[in-house]
Write a protein that binds this ligand. Sequence first.
Ligand code: SF4
Ligand code: SF4
Length: 265
Amino acid sequence: MKVAVTAKGKDLGDQVDPRFGRCPYFLVVDIDTMSAEAIENPNLALGGGAGIQSAQLMAEHDVSVVLTGNCGPNAHQTLSAAGIQIIVGASGCIRDAVDRFKAGSLSTIQEPNVASHFGMGVVDTPQPTATGSGTGKGMGSGRGMGMGRGMGMGREMVSTGGAAFPSTPTSGSESDVLKAEAQNLEVQLHAVNARLEQLGSTAAQRRLMAVVDAGTCKGCGLCESICQVGAITINSVAAIDTAACTGCGLCVVECPNRAITLQKA
Ligand code: SF4
Ligand code: SF4
């Protein structure tokens, strides 16, 4: 199971950041192996919509649970729509927070625990892991020309979800080796296509799009004017072109009547 923790740094030993949409990193932890991948948060300086965009990011990374300090209404709605469990109140060292979650001492919330725009104006810029200063100047020129032909037996260029491939013979005539190589590439291509299909269907299951509550919409047209892909038209109330909507969440943030939410497609 993948758990995303809002983080101040890139490692399990770093601290939990209390903000969901505006944390510097998300540390995605596989709780079975405790391996972790740090994702830099591109939304931390957004004026609005950071919670929605960050929730989308979690859905794209196939996260099952979010562990954070606080969660506002837009992020809560979007995470819930994507089927992601939300746990607030996490603090301290990330590794300890994950351990507490595994032990069942942190519980899911059904409602947001802070107002919109919580954490806005407090911007932590992700820090590089090493610092230094210096000056330098370089200049170079070169020219190269070459001809040749090579045969390589390289592998492991593409992750195909653990598929195993037959080995290529390293001896025999050049044409035998090339034929074997061609067969192997065909097997790889099949595995890669199968994996792509699998990933595509996961993404499709996770896709979010805007949904209008016709009873709440006042037909003001604001959402139509801000949608960057022309997915909204007004016909007394707003209507969404589901094929065009990218689930960016802009209209959710801007609607003055809170008539739009993101829902699973
Ligand atoms: S901004 Fe809100 S109220 Fe205005 S048309 Fe869009 S959904 Fe309706
Ligand atoms: S979520 Fe984004 S793309 Fe979809 S209708 Fe709203 S503004 Fe347009």
